[in-house]
Structure formats: C-alpha cells, structure tokens
Design a protein. Sequence first.
Lengths: 537, 315
Amino acid sequence: MNVFPEHNYLAEPKGLKSWLLTLDHKRIGLMYLFAIMFFFMVGGIFAVLLRLELLNPGPDIMEADTYNQFFTLHGAIMIFLFIIPSIPAALGNIVLPLMLGAKDVAFPRLNLASWYIYVFGALFALFSILTGGVDTGWTFYTPYSSTTGGSVISMTLGVFILGFSSIFTGINFIVTIHKLRTPGQTWFKLPLFVWGLYATAIIQVLATPVLGITMVLLILERVFGIGIFDPAMGGDPVLYQHFFWFYSHPAVYIMILPGMGIISELISTFSHKKIFGYKAIAYSSLGIAFISFLVWGHHMFTSGQSEMAAMIFSFLTFLVGIPSGIKVFNWVSTMYKGSISFDTPMLYALSFLFLFTIGGLTGIFLGALSVDVHLHDTYFIVAHFHYVMMGGTVMAFLGGLHYWWPKIWGRMYNEFWAKVAVGLIFIGFNMTFYTQFIMGSQGMPRRYYNYLDQFQPLHAFSSYGSWILGLGFIVMAFYLISAIFKGKIAGNNPWGSLTLEWTTTSPPDPHNFAEIPKLEHGPYDYDKVVAKSTLEE
Amino acid sequence: MGESGSLHMPPANSTIAGEVDALFYFIFYTAIVLFVLVMAFTTYFIIKYRRRGQRELTSGVAHNTKLEILWTVIPTILVIIVFVWGFKTYLRMNIAPSDALEIKATGQKWFWVFDYPNGANSMNDLVVPAGKPVKLLMSSQDVIHSFFVPDFRVKMDVLPNRYTITWFEAINPGEYDIYCTEYCGKGHSEMLGKVKVLSEEDYEVWLASAAVEIPEGMSLDEAGAQLYTSKACATCHSIDGSPGVAPSFLGKFGSKEALVDGSEVLVDENYVRESILNPQAKIVQGYQPVMPTYQGVLTDRQIDALIAYMKTLKQ
C-alpha cells in the first residue's frame, strides 16, 4: 500500500507567506505552473474566439480592430507568457534539482526573483490589454508598431521585463547543472531532459538580451522618434526584423529543445528500454542551439534582403533540420525491442512523434527559397509553426505534466479521462491545423480578418476542429483539478523509471532527499535494472 | 500548365510557377515517404513490442553505427538537393529580364496604385499583357505591405523609402487575385486587387484609354461612379450607409459633419476636394486619420467627377 508522505513540500511550511517567500524550487515551479496554465487558458480563449470569427467571411462576432488585437494577444501571450516559460520554468524548475539529486537550484533567491519578474512583466501585458490593446501582431514590426495607436509601449515593456525572468532562469540552470550534480553523475549520465534544459539555458542567456535591446529601441522610437527604424528619418524598418528574429528564431529552440528532452524521458521510460543514441541526442541539442543563432534570415526571404544573404540563411536552415531528424530516428529506434506500455504520457509522446514529424517536414518547404516565396506569410506558415509549437512543444509539455504529475502532487489523475482528452486533442488539433496547410499553399494570407469565399469550407472545418481541441482541454482541466484532491496515491515511482527524481517520496520532502542520493545506475539502464512500479504493488 | 490547380496548389499561371511547383511536389512526395516510414516503424514497434505482463529487463541495444550514418547522410543529401534547386529558381525569380515592361506599384493603407509608362494609372487592378515579362518597381507610402499573387507564385515585401522588385510573365489572359501579405492594420484583409491579364492588343487598347481622364461620351457622375471603384474609394467608404473604416458616402454631400476638434463642417465641393488632396486636414469624429493623399493620383477633372457622383448618393 502506498501512503501519502507526511512531510512534503506541499504541506509544510504552512501559510500564504511561506509560499510567496518560498525559496523551494518545487514551490516556485508550481507557482510558475499555475501562472502559465492561467495564461494558456487566456491565450486559448482568444484562439477559439478568432476561429469563431473566421467561421464565415465578413464580420461574425467582432470588428476588424478587435480581431487584430485578439490575434496579437493570442500570439504574444502564448509565446512570451506561456510557451517560453512552460517547460523550463515550470516543469524544469520542479524536476531539474530532483534529477540531479540536488537540494535546490544553485541560486534559490534568483529563482524566486525570476518568478516575481515574470508576474511583473505579465501585469504590464494585462495592463496593455485593458488600456487600448495592441494590434501589431506579436512580432511588433516597424514602422507599423511605431505608428499605430494602442498600448504598444506597455506591451513591449512587458516583453522586455519578461526577458529578464527568462535570463535568470537560464543562468540558474546552467550553474545548477554544472555544480550541483550528485557524486558520480557525470555529463553522460545526465537524463536527456537535463541536456535539453542546458542547451535551452544557453540560448536564453545569449539571445534574450538582443530582444531586450530591440524592445528598448522600439520604445525609444515611439517616445522620442530617434529614427533608427523610421524610414522617414533615414532609419531602416528591415533592421528591426533582423534584430527581432536574431532573438526570436533561437527562441523557437528555447521552446522546442526542452520538449525534445521530455520526449526522450517518456519514450525510454514507457518503452522500458535504454535510449537509442544517447550521445547523438545530447550533442544534437547543443548543435541545434549553436546553429539556431545563424538562421534568423529565413524569416525574411521576401523582405528585400540580398539574394546572397537569403542563400546562406537557406543553407543553414537546412543544416539545423538534420539534428532534429536524427532525434526522431533515435526515438523511434528506442522502441525497438522495448516493452511498451500506453499510459497517458506515452500517448502524448506518440502524438508528438506524429505531429512534430509533420511540423519538421513542412519546414523543408519553407527553407527552400523558391517555394518559401509562395508560402511565406500564408496559413501554411501558421500551420507549420502550430505543428511544431503546439504539436511539438505543447504535446511534450502535456506529456511531461502527466508524467511528473504523480511526483508533483503525490496523486494520480483518472487514466480513462486522460486518454479521452489525448484523443480529443489529437483529433481536434489535426482538424484545426492540417486544413491550414492546404489553405496556405492555396494562397490564403495570414492575419486576415476577412477572406475570399473560396476559402470558406476549409476555414469552417478548421474552426470545428478548434472546438474539439477546446473540449479536450476542458476535460483535462476537470480531471487534473479533481486529481489534486481525490486522485489515487501514487507512491514514489509509479512508472518504474530509473532517473533520480523517482527515488524520493511523492510529493517530495521540502529538502528533496533524506540523504545525498548515490547513483547506482544510468538514467536509462533498463537492460540492467528493473524498478518496480509503485502503482502495480 | 496546370490551369485548374490541385488540392495543394492554385492554378499555375506564370512562367515561373511550374518550376516552383516542381520543387514543391518533389518535397511533398519525399516528405510523405519519410513520414510514412517513420510512422510505419513506430506502429510496427508499438504493436510488436507492446508490454505483455510484468516489466522485465530489455535489450541494451543503443547503437548501430551503420544505421546512424545512413540516417544522417541520406537526409543531408536530400536537403542539399532541395537547397540548390530552391536557390536556382529563387535567382530566376529575383532577376527580371532586361526587356521587361516596367510598372511602378505603390502600396498604401489599404490599396495598390499602379503607374504605367505612358502616364496612366490604375488602382487595385494591375493590367498587364500576356506572354510578356512584367517588372514591378515597388514602394510603400506608409507601413510595410507585401505584394502576393498566388497564381503567379510571386511575393515581395513593399517598403517605405526603398524600392523592391518582383517580376512575372503571365501565360493566359484572365483575372488573378492580388493579396497584401504583410500585416498593415485594420484594412489588411481588404487590401485586395486583381491582375487583369489581357492579350497584347487588348492591353494596348486599354493602356491608351486609361490615359484619358474621363472617357468620352460619359457624364461626370457616371465617370465618378467608375472612379469610386477603380480608385479604391470603395475599400473604406461604403455607398449604402454602412459604417466602415471611413464615413459612408450615402447622403453625405450637403450634410454637416462633426470633427474631432469639436467644430462642424458643411460637406460641400471644397470640403470634398480638400479631403481628397489633404485628408488629414479635417478628421471626422469617430474615425482615424488613416486616409492617404490622392495628390497626383486624381486629376482635377476626376475630382469633379467624384463630387458629381457623391451628389447622386442621396438618402
């Protein structure tokens, strides 16, 4: 029989103050989790409303101005407030020290500060919504963003502040991974999720300052008219695009690399099988992180940049695709001769394989210069990045959330309803977004409030899909919340995993481990060790 | 040439389109093969190796050098083919033939103006001859726009204070959609146009007639009605009283308008003329100062015609 541990980080110390001033990485991670789930819901509501408006051509439920604000907010919220912090700051915070056998992250106070900075930045974003909104798109392209009305300044200031939160988390993780590994845990005995977080942290620290500088320049442009981006004063609006994508392309990998890390954990655990090509996966994360700094110009193939630049960026873009492909092949091979079970986290991992492969392969169309000219800024792009970001990162995030849920709360969710939700999300997602590939290559431009009649059937189908997708998330909200209070007690290691976080109690003690854990085997040594599942006892 | 298009691609109606489509379909079918392979192996493994009974030790196989080299090298070769192929066509798309017919295209919120070599201009409708390369010299009056004709597979951003170039050669006479594909605000999705491809003779006839301010034998208000659509007034100003980006023309002439500064103005000939040539001078309450100037786009006679047309729009 599993018993709920008496001493655990959820129960003690008690009181609101002990949460708000906590230095415990698990509590901070949990506070991040609540915050990002809130914004995921807000961003999701915007998405459903946008799709509702697009059900028919012409005005349905909102005006063009409202629509333009909604798609801007959907993008800005999902990117800056949800997906970037989702895996590192929420799940990573909770799991990373546990995986390393450490008591906490290297800088617990900095960790708490990063949460408060996140909240502070989020308040700026909410303030902008309440005071006129923003209608620039999440990319804030000049000169539109420097001339339009609304609360562009407070929104970009919010993004600037959120950047610091991201940088702090990155610094914290780099130092933690370098310094706080348990004795005997060499680099190649780290779980691959840690490698993913490490590669992510490098990008967070190196790329985010450029976004900060860009946002400051944009604010200065609006307030003082310094003219760096304003063509009327000799500035260059395309320079803004270079600055913006110099951060925002690596940021795509901030979003996907930790997700790839989770997928490695899930596929190995639920195949009960040693991961195939450990070093290839680990190095490819670093390879992706490095090359990701050199491909930003592929967002600008039709911007008027030189053909030479376009050629180089196209080449490097193809180069960055190879390591992602290698990872997919490694994950599939991991299942070979495994002992595969189909618990909910594994279903998310399989969904990821399906959707991310489509997302990756459609990237090849966009890297090819001549084809990109046709597809750029159409729904094809919208579909592509949703397959990568939602089909990839969000599926991995949900897989990770369900995988570590018993560790975080000490209780299981309802497996039946969890499988219903995966099914709804998978079907709804494909209905919503596969149609958008077809619309896009047929020429439907993105960010359109209105559209020509010929696109109506596909738009309608996509909107129906969004309802199924939304329903999946509603189901999930119900069973997850109910699991917190009524779920079956999970025990230390419900999945029979071999990484360190499963050796301590669920939920863990405030100090994580009773004593410094000894590393008795590698993270994926399923050929040497069988860890019994505490659920099956 | 595939005039009918397919599930994934619109009809191919320019000389470059076939080349773009060939690469599109090469990637498409290669991607399908790779996707099916990955999914087939996944499906086979999850069925064959599904857990039956207790957890037990599993195989320690975690490497296969030959396999790993293979799945690195094959995709690398494939993407290099795609890269070279894409770049070659891209160069062709970016270098206009020297004998191309040059037309100036100007984007502004939220319509296109096209200026032809003989001094004629058109709005939103780009009229070109079939079978002749056409080079567009493009710039914007305000924010960034992007000129996109799906049936021709051409797209290029249109920037303020800088010229960009695109070119195409239309194969068949017909009408093809133009979209703005760089987000430019409220009227972004209304910034539509058509490429009207005519036979070479028809094009010459059209070009000569377009240079005339008011077609012969047409009354002023009829000409105004034509200008209302051809000069894109219709994008923002309705004629049925429905509110849009800008005040409706219905019953506007002779009425009084409240301005943002609190004053009132009578909509007479001089006010309409001022609003066309210097739109920011008097802004009506409840609207944004977004209209561009038509200075140099409309002649005096054409403004007369528009005023005459507005007078006919009584409530």
